[in-house]
Design a protein around this ligand. Sequence first.
Ligand SMILES: Nc1ncnc2c1ncn2[C@@H]1O[C@H](COP(=O)(O)OP(=O)(O)OP(=O)(O)O)[C@@H](O)[C@H]1O
Length: 240
Amino acid sequence: MTDVLILSNLTAGYGPVTVLDDLSLTLRAGEVVAVLGANGSGKSTVLKTAMGLTKVRSGSITLAGRDVTRLPAHGRASAGLGYVPQTRNVFADMSVADNLRMGAYLRPRTFEQEVEKVFALFPRLKERRRALAGNLSGGERRMLAIGSTLLLNPSVLLLDEPSSDLAPATVDLVFEAIADVHKRLAIPILLVEQNVTKALTLANRVCVLVRGREALDAPVAEVDTHDLHALFLDGGVRTS
Ligand SMILES: Nc1ncnc2c1ncn2[C@@H]1O[C@H](COP(=O)(O)OP(=O)(O)OP(=O)(O)O)[C@@H](O)[C@H]1O
């Protein structure tokens, strides 16, 4: 399988704080890799670092064979990284359809077709196309955030905690929608999740972080959930 996104020996963090410590992770074509770990272990920082939103001290990031380590976030988005942050805000005062049209602004000639493609992936959004985004349910809003990112035509999706703050039944709906996107677009996904059970239903491989270091990288079929729990109990970010 082709390597699509390679994070190589990354040490990165925020200002003087180092969070990721010599972390390496590879996402291959067609894969969903779940990044798991205790609170504060650095999961979201992996995605932010891939996207160019943290300070990289050493290591490199390669996307489709191109070194993007020095590119700013918007350059990485143009290069093919589609990032859906945990707290991505949709435009609450605009309709669902207008939110999506905003996402397709780079391709004004074809944007109505592009928006229709997103509606085909998320039928629920089509039903709610005229609703204000601020009036959507949490799950619908999550789908809108993912749909808006897809309009940028990414080659890789970076999803940060799609289950957060959602009721269990809604989490199921959002994960079904993500599975459908993955299947129909064949887009590789780097998925950060607290909900281990859901993450394991979607992922091919898991990477477990302990205090910013990789403690496990294994195919889901080989993962023992007892080992996972033990790693989670090992805790969050380094304090020294
Ligand atoms: N902007 C920031 N400035 C300084 N420190 C930060 C910043 N964002 C995160 N951190 C710290 O980096 C560490 C890792 O945070 P991160 O959000 O990556 O962890 P996480 O594994 O995603 O946690 P959670 O599961 O709770 O979301 C934490 O100690 C956190 O306090």
